[in-house]
Write a protein that binds this ligand. Structure first.
Ligand code: BGC
Length: 897
């Protein structure tokens, strides 16, 4: 059959476990060989058993045949879902001609423990050892019997701190669970299906606990931010074939001991003494009579919520590209890529010998590791050998940002096989790819992706190496759109929004860091930091920008509904703290790390205030809040007018006259008529005056190329993209960058390294140009009125030295792709792909457009496309799903635009 329903997901995930959404959303994709495939109707069946579903019985929900094109974000509309319920579902769809597909394959989800009263387990930990600053990682365990055949076994686990769960000797789950949240407010619960791991007879369950963000070092905020030591909470629910139920839970009957991990800290590294390994501790039959009784914490007042964030995993293992022996007898490895994660080492040697793995992003001129930018972070792991043949070691509750590894104290001659690098991050599946004819542009794109891989670790961190690694909201919002092209960040940012909500101040201010981890308190107490305020323009606005981004990219209206009140409070807060709608100059990082161009705080803050109000109006519109839509649109217009009165002079010069002030005013729609033209002129003059260089910092950079392109200066946009002189993206690449640097001048020929107190070589903010690459260069854009790429706007814009670009984005409907080539004679060829269930408007630059080799003729009756209109400069088509090839000739006239 040619029309199929595939790729079922629930809450963005294939077969998720332990949800706590009372109305989960369902997603599927259509597949068809035919062009122009649409869905005219669907029917969903949800059953409480696979058998019932196989009989086509929707005992939970039978949607009936629903006339609808929706195949994403379809809200479950059946009977109330039960705690621990298992739900099996499938879909049938009808195409545009009314032909039905067959039933899809069966998908499922399960619900977690929905009622707090169902939690009977106690939080267990191990008492702190006296006079030890960095505490060893506790092991906790329990043996238990099962009297019959197991039908289903589910583990619900979480920790204040980190845990690694083990069942009968097997590791269960992923890394750094339960993830970083404001532990005073909530902790995420992970659900695992452990049915294959438990059996009739004796069983063992255990966990190793880490300090993590709960009591280990959190950025520069010190340690023990939330608590003194880690605690673990587990309930293992076992159902036997005969219907008997059994619950194994953490309580005082468990046992605890220290093990080989002497300490393990996110920021300070790990020390591991293999002589202290507890062989077999996680298996049945282990004698734990010498272990201590755990200490049970009275309770926990925060929320226990189903884990939303994608698990952190090792997503790649990399071999070093070179190794060099130093005069001191150590070995320095080059991994060939600035990466985040850790090193695994293989070693043979005497019992008690100690080796150290030290990590750094750069080398000093003398070839030694550049450690100065780590501040108080210690990117070192120490391993003490047990002396039993080949030993392998990798750390557990720490991570490092590095390209170079120094192996110290290694017994013997280390070579390229001695270590491997493990790349670790939140496993957000890759959705975007982009390649051009230009190797440097490709490297830039690669660096952007590596910046994301290095910094999306439970929260969007600013950097992965120094004592920071915090969820800076400004960085996150400016990069959010780029991030969402590169990878599926639906759940990652859904989780981060909760972090922002948990940090939102009673005043309505969204914070600059989330989870806040005591930062606000710290700022308020520290007189030196008195000039910091709770809100920061371009940072707090993440609370509006991120939900809006999820709406655009995934058609997610629930995130808008859920946080609508919080967004309103943010905008009202800004309004209350402004003077006739002009925001004050306090409270700003400004256009952070701009270069020789200081944007006045009040200009930036007023521009962002307008932007938040404008987005809020659009959000209100999406939610059908008509009055609010009009109200906030009015507010936006008033702020824009106030902006013009306060900051724009008669020549259209904007106060501060930086590239950023013009770019923000243009992109946020703050100017009118003449002023727009003047702004573009001033912007271009500034860029030209600097020799085609940019000066924007974190906030301006994301809008720079879009503003130029939207204003008809694609030529200038390309000139900046491929500029190789300082400051530019390509400057860092010319000097070997494999990630995006924090600062344009992180390292320069004229000054060497920037001040070590703030010089990360892995910060993604300046990589927000990735958004322009997808939306403008490759021309893959979503229509805000039919979001989630239900309708794509395909409008590639060739220019500069680029003659070829191809990109794809895997939307919820499937892959949208473009692939263009511009020949020296002006012949332009564009291949476009649109997934079934979606449509697109395609704007082909140039004249004489052809489709699939035939002249584009409005009168023809083509398959899948129609010519909407045509001018000298471009032809516009409406197309359905499928693959198409467009051709045109781009002449000098078209180029001049
Ligand atoms: C962080 C940035 C952050 C900034 C705010 C820095 O320390 O690394 O990414 O946005 O502080 O000022």
């Amino acid at each position: 059959m040619s029309f199929r329903v595939v790729h079922l997901k629930t809450e963005y995930v294939v077969n998720p476990l332990g949800l706590d959404e009372s109305k989960p959303r369902l997603f599927w994709r259509l597949e068809s060989e035919k062009r122009g495939t649409v869905q005219s109707a669907y029917r969903v069946l949800v059953s409480s058993s696979r058998e019932a579903l196989d009989r086509d019985e929707g005992d939970q929900w039978d949607s009936g045949k629903v006339v609808s094109a929706s195949s994403i974000q379809v809200v479950y509309g059946g009977k109330p879902l039960q705690s621990e319920g298992q739900y099996f579902w499938k879909v049938q769809a009808w195409d545009g001609e009314g032909n039905p597909s067959g039933w899809s394959e069966t998908a499922y989800w399960t619900m977690g423990l929905l009622d707090r009263g169902e939690w009977k387990a106690g939080w267990i930990g191990r008492k702190t050892e006296a006079n030890v600053v960095m505490q060893p990682s506790p092991h906790v365990r329990k043996s238990f019997g099962i009297a019959g055949k197991v039908k289903r076994a589910t583990a619900y686990a979480t920790a204040l701190g980190l845990y690694e769960l083990r069942v009968n000797g097997e590791k269960v789950g992923d890394l750094f669970a339960p993830g970083f949240t404001d532990y005073d407010k909530r902790v995420q619960v992970q659900t695992y299906d452990v049915t294959p791991l438990v059996r009739e007879g004796e069983n063992a369950v255990g966990a190793v606990l880490g300090d993590g963000w709960y009591c280990g070092t959190v950025g520069f905020l010190g340690s023990k931010v939330y608590g003194e030591r880690p605690f673990f909470l587990l309930q293992l629910h076992i159902e036997l074939e005969d219907g008997t139920k059994q619950i194994v839970k953490t309580d005082s009957t468990w046992r605890t001991a220290r093990g080989p991990i002497l300490y393990s800290d996110m920021i300070k590294g790990e020390a591991y003494d293999a002589r202290l390994e507890l062989a077999g501790w996680d298996r049945p039959g282990f004698d734990d009579s010498g272990w201590e009784q755990p200490d049970v914490r009275p309770g926990y007042n925060g929320l226990l919520t189903a884990s939303i964030e994608p698990p952190v995993r090792i997503t790649e293992t990399r071999r070093p590209i070179s190794v060099r022996r130093t005069d001191a007898g150590t070995f320095i490895y080059d991994m060939g890529q600035n990466m985040v994660g850790w090193t695994e080492v293989k070693v043979r040697g005497a019992r008690g010998a100690k080796i150290t793995l030290s990590h750094a992003e750069m080398l000093n001129p003398d070839g030694s590791l550049y450690l100065d930018n780590l501040r108080v972070a210690v990117q070192q792991d120490h391993y003490i050998l047990k002396g039993e043949g080949e030993e392998r070691y990798e750390p557990r509750f720490t991570f490092h940002g590095f390209r170079y590894v120094e192996l110290i104290g290694y017994p013997g001659e280390a070579d390229l096989d001695t270590i491997v690098g493990k790349v670790v991050h939140s496993d957000t599946p890759r959705t975007g790819r982009l390649e051009t004819n230009d190797a440097m542009v490709n490297r830039l794109y690669s660096n952007i992706v590596w910046g994301q891989r290095g910094n999306f670790l439970s929260v969007p961190t600013d950097c992965p190496q120094r004592d920071e690694r915090l969820g800076w909201t400004g960085d996150a919002q400016i990069f959010a759109r780029t991030a969402s092209y590169n990878m599926d960040v639906s759940r990652f940012f859904t989780k981060f929004m909760w972090d922002m909500i948990d940090a939102q101040q009673p005043s309505g201010a969204f914070t600059d860091v989330a989870p806040d981890a005591g930062w606000i308190r710290h700022k308020m107490w520290n007189t030196r930091l008195n000039w910091f305020a709770p809100d920061n323009a371009g940072w707090g606005d993440a609370g509006v920008v991120i939900p809006w981004t999820l709406y655009l990219m995934y058609g997610d209206t629930r995130i808008l509904e859920t946080h609508y009140g919080a967004m309103v409070r943010w905008v009202e807060y800004l309004k209350a703290n402004s003077d006739e709608l002009v925001r004050p100059s306090y409270a700003n990082y400004g256009d952070w790390l701009s270069i020789d161009a200081d944007t006045p705080n009040e200009v930036l803050a007023t521009a962002y205030f307008a932007y938040s109000a404008k987005l809020l109006s659009r959000i209100a519109g999406v939610l059908g809040e008509k009055r609010d839509e009009a109200h906030y649109d009015g507010l936006f217009r008033d702020i824009a007018a106030a902006f013009r009165r306060a900051f724009v002079d008669a020549e259209g010069r904007i106060h501060g006259a930086t590239q950023t002030v013009y770019v923000l005013a243009l992109q946020f729609g703050l100017l009118e008529g003449e002023q727009r033209d003047a702004a573009i002129r001033h912007l271009v003059d500034d860029i030209r005056g600097r020799g085609d260089r940019l000066s924007t910092g974190f906030l301006g950079v994301g809008y720079l190329l879009p503003a130029l392109t939207d204003s008809g200066r694609l030529d200038v946009a390309y000139a900046l993209l491929t500029q190789e002189a300082f400051p530019s993206w390509m400057y860092s690449i010319k000097h070997g960058a494999t990630t995006i640097w924090e600062r344009w001048d992180g390292w320069t020929e004229h000054n060497g390294f920037q001040t070590p107190s703030m010089n990360s070589f892995n910060h993604y903010s300046l990589g927000s140009v990735g958004e322009w690459m997808f939306r403008y260069m490759a021309g893959i854009e979503t229509d805000p009125d039919r979001p989630g790429f239900r309708h794509a706007i395909v409008r590639p814009q060739p220019g500069g030295r680029l003659t070829e670009a191809k990109a794809e984005y895997e939307s919820l409907y499937g892959v949208v792709s473009t692939d263009w080539k511009l020949s020296p004679d002006g012949a332009f060829r564009l291949a476009v792909r649109v997934p079934a269930g979606a449509t697109a408007t395609v704007v082909v630059p140039g004249s004489g457009a052809r489709v699939d080799g035939e002249p584009a003729n409005a009168a023809a009756s083509p398959t899948g496309w129609t010519l909407a209109w045509q001018t000298e400069a471009a032809a516009t088509f409406e197309i359905g799903s499928g693959e198409y090839v467009f051709e045109s000739v781009i002449g000098a006239a078209a180029f001049a635009r």
